[in-house]
Design a protein around this ligand. Sequence first.
Ligand SMILES: NC(=O)c1ccc[n+]([C@@H]2O[C@H](COP(=O)([O-])OP(=O)(O)OC[C@H]3O[C@@H](n4cnc5c(N)ncnc54)[C@H](OP(=O)(O)O)[C@@H]3O)[C@@H](O)[C@H]2O)c1
Length: 308
Amino acid sequence: MGLRTLSIVLFAGVLNLASATVVPTIALNDGNKIPILALGTYSGKGDKMRQTVNWAVEAGYRHIDTASLYQNEADIGKGIAEVINKGLVKREDLFITTKLWNDKHRRDQVVPALKESLSRLGLQYVDLYLIHSPESENADGTPANIDYLDTWKGMEEAKQLGLAKSIGVSNFDTEQVKRIVKNSQTPPAVNQIEVHAANTREQLVSDMQNLGIAVMAYSPLGFLVNRGQASVPPPQLDDPTLTKIAQKYGKSTTQVVLRYLIDRGMIPIPKSTNQDRLQQNIDLFNFSLTPEEVATINKFNVNKSVFE
Ligand SMILES: NC(=O)c1ccc[n+]([C@@H]2O[C@H](COP(=O)([O-])OP(=O)(O)OC[C@H]3O[C@@H](n4cnc5c(N)ncnc54)[C@H](OP(=O)(O)O)[C@@H]3O)[C@@H](O)[C@H]2O)c1
């Protein structure tokens, strides 16, 4: 490679880095910082997932959300090793979230389950470990009736061992979260729940925020994307109300609904394994919605889950 070609390549590299979005962080109730946008990874697997981690980090994503359930921790781990080896980021620049599945809720199962996730991810620690759901199961999928307060004691052990910097829950309601807060040394730092324009969860979100617990919003694109359901509520991708707001800011309707969650103080987790859509989904930090626009989007609420 000649000197001229080399300088063009280097210059392009600098341009590429310069164009990466910087995602803001907020402080969790344990003092750790969390980026306010995460890459969703459910259903992304294999080499595509490894490649997606590379594209995501190049685009500016620093927070990756996975779970033992997703069976992609090893693929994500390969991607993480690559971006670190390439010098794009250091481990401490990344924020990795994973989750404890329902069949490992016994207190003495929590730390071993996390160690297995860490081994698949190729990491010494995760930034955030979540109880995936309050429901416990036996290995055969039958209900196990383990009190999540016992599971939480295992989560606290994981934090004390430094295997998880922060610990939290997912799919918990206000009563369940309050029960942990009342009976434990460490309150959850995060509750990860489904929130989008057709399922706004206003009471639950405000309860969490009043308790100082950060909300990660899953399935943030709601019914703007095809969920394989025959009949779905608005808003969809071409919704006129969203289109009007999108045109005002020169954005897409998907960017408007992601920004809506940020403007409600949440951390959306859009999933994509497509390089263009990954870039669109992080391009959210040069505009914000007015309180009136947030209120307008809240009016779409019909309490409809994408998993019904
Ligand atoms: N804690 C829990 O119980 C729980 C439950 C569900 C999900 N989650 C987490 O939350 C993440 C997100 O939820 P989700 O995967 O259900 O839904 P989502 O992120 O709202 O939607 C993902 C779908 O939208 C498509 N998409 C992404 N960006 C798009 C764009 N800009 N325009 C059009 N289509 C777009 C994706 O396809 P392409 O990949 O082809 O772009 C994919 O089919 C999950 O991946 C997972 O990490 C957690």
